[in-house]
Design a binder for this molecule. Structure first.
Ligand SMILES: C[S@@+](CC[C@H](N)C(=O)[O-])C[C@H]1O[C@@H](n2cnc3c(N)ncnc32)[C@H](O)[C@@H]1O
Length: 207
């Protein structure tokens, strides 16, 4: 099953799932909002059912919320409408084929998505080009390459065959950090690295 089909099928269940540790989620939202103002133009990659974009919407001018899955986006649109949020545009696009003007975003969000991408370093380069000088890239990445023991490396391909997990990559935090540096992005903020936790890192494009 390819990624689009997997996530379309997963959408209703994903919409009902919790954000995990609520206190940590709130901490990440607050860390992100330090970079917003009423003029901020924001892009979210892999927005899922829109929870984070809808939360941030009142603090910014506009959010382009993108995802590979139309089912995810439909739920996001419904939720935004129910919340009275009008400044989020939900658009079907993969991270790889998204077309947008260079240097047009103040903030780009990629939460729980870079480990699903074939070429995360390529995406980091792309985001760097899409950011305005001084703009920030907010990332939360499960670094499976740092935590998965060999047992899971055998189990995951089997679960993939029966459609229980999406295509994933075993990215390491060190590789992620190198890709930021290679793209000219400087670390602004990071939650202390804890093995097994999503790496939450905010990087900035120099002015
Ligand atoms: C684990 S969910 C994360 C959703 C949301 N960012 C969050 O943190 O709750 C991953 C999302 O990425 C989307 N996705 C997977 N591969 C993608 C790709 N290549 N381009 C764009 N979106 C993708 C899926 O449809 C799904 O909504």
């Amino acid at each position: 099953m390819d990624a689009e089909k997997f996530w379309d099928k997963a959408a209703e269940k994903y919409a009902k799932s919790s954000v995990g540790n609520e206190a940590v989620y709130q901490e990440k939202l607050e860390a992100t909002q330090k970079y917003f103002n009423a003029e901020s133009v924001v892009l979210e990659l892999g927005c899922g059912t829109g929870t984070t974009s809808i939360h941030h919407a009142p603090a910014v001018k506009h959010i382009l919320a993108t995802d590979i899955s139309n089912n995810m986006l439909d739920i996001g649109r419904r939720r935004a409408s129910e919340a009275g949020v009008e400044n989020v545009t939900f658009q079907q696009a993969t991270v790889e084929n998204l077309e947008a003007d260079l240097a047009s975003f103040d903030v780009v969000l990629a939460l729980n998505i870079l480990h699903l991408i074939d070429d995360p370093a390529g995406v980091v380069n792309k985001v760097s080009a899409l950011l305005k000088p001084g703009g920030v890239f907010v990332t939360g990445t499960p670094c499976l390459g740092d935590v998965l023991i060999n047992y899971y490396r055998i189990l995951i391909p089997i679960l993939r065959l029966i459609g229980k997990v999406p295509p994933v990559h075993y990215i390491k935090r060190s590789e992620l950090e190198s890709s930021f540096a290679d793209a000219g992005l400087e670390i602004e903020f990071q939650r202390p690295p804890i093995k097994g936790e999503v790496a939450f890192i905010i990087v900035k494009k120099p002015v």
